[in-house]
Design a protein around this ligand. Sequence first.
Ligand code: C2E
Ligand code: MG
Ligand code: MG
Ligand code: MG
Length: 287
Amino acid sequence: KVKNMCKNSISFFTQDMKEEFLKRINIEKQLKKALENNEFKLFYQPQFDMKTGGIRGFEALLRWINPKLGLVSPMTFIPIAEEIGIINEIGEWVLKEACNQYKQWTYDFSFNGIISVNISPIQLKTHNFYNIVSDILKETGIKSGCLELEITENLFIDALDSAKMLLNKLIELGVRISLDDFGTGYSSLSYLKSLPIDTLKIDKSFIKNTTYTGVEREITRSVIDLVRKIGLETIAEGVENDKQLNFLYQSLCDNIQGFLTGKPMPADQVVDIIKAGKVDLSQYIDK
Ligand code: C2E
Ligand code: MG
Ligand code: MG
Ligand code: MG
């Protein structure tokens, strides 16, 4: 009997592993065809200026809807795309799509905020990335200062000097650079000063904690304060409620992005926000 139990549990385990494996193989297979099958779509999430409530810009967020798999999270498929070597093609499509959409907004509504695009470290380590960006700017004719590239700290881990060189070239071109998910990686605040970046996005984990203890609040407040003193623009991500917004307002955070003021949405839904030009933040702020 014992023998049978063992046998069952082993076969259950391997069955599980087998399923995981097949699932992964299937995602890879579908992902390789996703671009040519037009399964990608960009959503846009608004960022607002804390002082005026005006639109600072929009972050483009990639969505993959596959007929067999349904909606797959970028947290799942971006790492796989990186691993199987197709992130460059996908990333280039994202950049083009976002810039074309931006151009349309400029044309239709004279929109002149910022369009932010997430860039994988692998894209930045590819020799022709600079040319891809400058070509897309030329083709779409959008001002380089309106395009912002969101990078993450792990870009700097193994190739600090070459990463800095490339970012400096992009900044010379006029493109903006923002550091995403700040606080989840290794960088110390003093090290930040040496990086060629304009903006720092404070990770949602810092924002989440501000509704809890005094210590967490103090840490987040100090981070915002120091970043401002270094001379970088701040954006808080993952702002979900008015408590958090009030805290960020008092902490003099420059911009906010989160479900409270707008979820990521398809381009046609963004139109109303662009037409309004701003959001009334005073409704959330304690008097
Ligand atoms: P990220 O760049 O840090 O993007 C912010 C994520 O937080 C998005 O998740 C967004 O939907 C979510 N978010 C926004 N507001 C709130 C909020 O108030 N609360 C909470 N809990 N979440 C909020 P999403 O769209 O699932 O993207 C996840 C990650 O996938 C992104 O994190 C980014 O690292 C990556 N990603 C998305 N699109 C692209 C892309 O085009 N290229 C690359 N390389 N990575 C991408
Ligand atoms: Mg981002
Ligand atoms: Mg982020
Ligand atoms: Mg993130």
